[in-house]
Write a protein that binds this ligand. Structure first.
Ligand code: CIR
Length: 254
């Protein structure tokens, strides 16, 4: 059975980290409502949702994906690149401790879970403003004994690797190749985001269904044309905090 860890939207979300977006007012109630719909979409797909309480002092803590990387055999507690986000890992570590053997990224390493894309036994990790070589080397050492190959992937123009590429079906990646090169993913099939929708590459695959945002109709057509079943969830309010779909949960097998 799949479990999804989520966290309620912090009342301080308006003070979130921003890298590529100008600050715009965030309607906290609307963000909460959209986030509840996201949790309901996960539940409708048979996922058991464990929704953690909001952390008022940690503006970005709704984006639980960045605090850890959970694999079948173990989990890595991340060390987020933004200082304001480093304390987010403590409560996630508590939640994961009974579920997995844990590894921890140590200084000078920093990594956001949003930079980590697992496809089968390959773990692709974006080199970004948040994630550095030291963390990638540490993760390679943790994961190699479990049979994973870790690859460092240059990313440019967006916050995280998974802003640029996510998995949407077996062997199939949804990609914005302006931000990450297809050459790093040999043997994969690709669906390109529509050029008018650069932010459209972040999708959350749950089994054979993909949770996707309604705000990218052109890319959505390509996904549907490829026979991919979509469940639409609007997370546009959290989009103002540079969040998307994968970042709002940690999904793993119980
Ligand atoms: C940040 O800049 O860290 C947050 N405002 C957004 C994080 C989004 N996380 C993700 O895509 N994995």
């Amino acid at each position: 059975m799949l479990i999804a860890i989520t966290r309620k939207v912090s009342p301080s979300i308006g003070r979130c980290e921003l890298t590529y977006l100008e600050r715009a007012p965030i309607d906290v109630e609307r963000a909460r409502l959209q986030h509840r719909r996201y949790e309901e979409a996960l539940a409708s797909l048979g996922v058991q949702v464990r929704s953690l309480p909001a952390l008022p002092d940690l503006p970005d803590s709704v984006f639980v994906e960045d605090a850890a990387v959970v694999l079948d055999e173990c989990a890595v507690i991340a060390r987020p690149g933004a200082d304001s986000r480093k304390p987010e890992v403590d409560s996630i570590e508590e939640v994961l401790a009974p579920c997995r053997k844990l590894y921890r990224v140590r200084p000078p390493g920093s990594v956001d879970g949003g930079d980590v894309l697992r496809v089968g036994r390959e773990v692709f990790i974006g080199l970004t403003g948040r994630t550095n070589r030291s963390a990638i080397d540490q993760m390679a050492a943790f994961l190699r004994p479990h049979g994973y190959t870790v690859r460092a992937i240059p990313v440019g123009g967006c916050l995280h690797l998974k802003s640029a590429v996510t998995q949407v079906a077996a062997n199939t990646l949804l990609i914005n190749s302006e931000w990450v090169s297809k050459s790093h993913f040999p043997g994969m099939r690709f669906i390109d985001v529509d050029p008018s929708e650069p932010h459209a590459a972040n999708a959350l695959m749950i089994g054979d269904t993909v949770i996707y945002q309604p705000s990218y109709p052109a890319t959505r057509k390509s996904l549907e044309g490829a026979g991919i079943r979509l469940v639409l969830v609007d997370e546009s309010e959290l989009g103002k905090a540079e969040g998307a779909l994968t970042c709002c949960s940690l999904v793993f097998e119980t």
